[in-house]
Design a protein around this ligand. Sequence first.
Ligand code: G6P
Length: 614
Amino acid sequence: MCGIVGYLGDRNVYEVLINGLKRLEYRGYDSAGLALVAPGGEIKIYKSKGKVSNLEAYCSGKDLTSRVGIAHTRWATHGEPSDCNAHPHYSEDGNLALVHNGTIENYQLLKEALQQHGCKFHTETDTEVLVQLVEHIRVTNNCTTLEALQAALKQVIGAFAVAVVEKNNPDMVLAARRSSPLVIGIGDGEYFLGSDGTPFVEYTSKVVYVKDDEIAVMERNKPLKLVNLDNVEKKIDVKKLQLSIAQLEKGGYPHFMLKEIFEQPITMRDCIRGRVVEGGSRVILNGVMDNKDKFLNCNRIIIVACGTSWHAALLGKQLIQDMCRIPVEVEYASEFRYSHPVITDRDVVIAVSQSGETADTLAAIQIARSKGAFVYGVSNVVGASIPRETDSGTYIHVGPEIGVASTKAFTGQVLVFTMIALSVAQYKGTLTTEQVKAVGEYLMRIPQLVKETLKLNDKIRNLSLIYTYARNFLYLGRGYSYPVALEGALKLKEISYIHAEGYPAAEMKHGPIALIDSEMPTVIVAPKDHLYEKIVSNVQQVKSRGGSIIAIVTKGDTTIRELADHVLEVPSVPECLTPLITSIPLQLLSYYIAINKGKDVDMPRNLAKSVTVE
Ligand code: G6P
């Protein structure tokens, strides 16, 4: 949610910034801008509504000479997307320029106080308030910008990652954070800055993750300095960035989303590698093994997450309950944090987040920890806030996911939940070694079976043409297929903007059945499982009301084939593994429908990949 880039060094600053912004566009793309500090100190600001390519076009032909710069790609919170509201924002005297990711909750109060001191505002943003506040403190107290930033951030309530450049001090970039991500890249005589490491992966792998309420001071020819808001120097912990450029490119696919769908046989293999061993009869997750007492002695498990991760959490609940016989609750992190939750030190809280930065999930973790619960993270991004804020956890190891609509991260999360359930079950004795093996063996075959499932691609592309102009869709499933239906519906609405509802198939008769007619396609996820006969009845109910049906069925199914308009056959796997297979055709269906409609699947309107605001 908003991407920040910064650079101080001898390269072409503009190029570093603009290419960095393109990498961070997944975080927001309604407007973009950059501030370049010219060698004499003058700050030039270029901003443009729309994607980074608009900014690039706007900058073309301009004098972009500079040695230092900051840049921003925006996901609007305060004020509509416009040239004016785009970042960077600057102080009225033109001394400071600032970019910001997050929200300043008390900006109205701060603004009113500044207005009383004669400050004038030109945008609707909370960010302009912050830059004016810093400069106001600097001028009135005759202090350094660092001191002014420290004082200003003490007054700010909310989440932020900010970067500041100064006309009076042109060889310096200051960057600070609270609850929003910020990474410094250290090169040879140069500094990079990013909301994550993607903007500078080709230049350096030495990174420092800035912590909450720390300010990084980057000055030419000086070592990096980290201080807190009380100016106490903090230890610099240099880490290795685990990322490669190839992972950030489309690799011949027209879109990241399609690449990521097709990568799943590999990402799933990476996810289980070294974890499902001994021919599938043993599952080793270090995070679970090192903390098995917590899992074995807990009263219950609460899983918190948002969006697609919440759907993976619903599957996690079924897997853990089925295999471990531990009660599990699933909560939206955004609801959990304000629900005055009853949590004790006998609870295990599992936080699931692809990005590892989702603000609501982070807040939920903090609450759970403050009440003494053991908090376990399931995340994709190594070094992100959630893995750092949790007691232990498991990475899904599916590589960077760039498409805003999550695909390979979802299947990675479901795989990790499957492995958590199997490993706890083997310690708890709720599954025998043979039972673990029966699932584990299949788990090892899943990447190959997903590859087979992807052969449905052409069929789904053709099928999608029939349904491109449907205005509503219903997605139904039962048991393990219910969260798959929810996720299928979410995928479709995220990228094609078609209204789609996911529902437990049996609940259809309590409402959604009223919507069914020849105009309303229903997607039914109906693999052969213990609820198969039940869902056949649901298929009949839709059919007898004139609805058209696309069914995801197990290979060889003849019953549903008779009833449905279209069937997509997937390989047979144990019931608990069906989501890993049945979700694949739904990803492809939503992709092709969106493509047929000419939508930008990688950057759907209004969405962002990493949601670092409430
Ligand atoms: C956004 C993304 C979704 C994602 C959700 C939760 O809404 O567009 O794809 O599922 O955030 O993100 P997380 O990083 O916590 O999994």
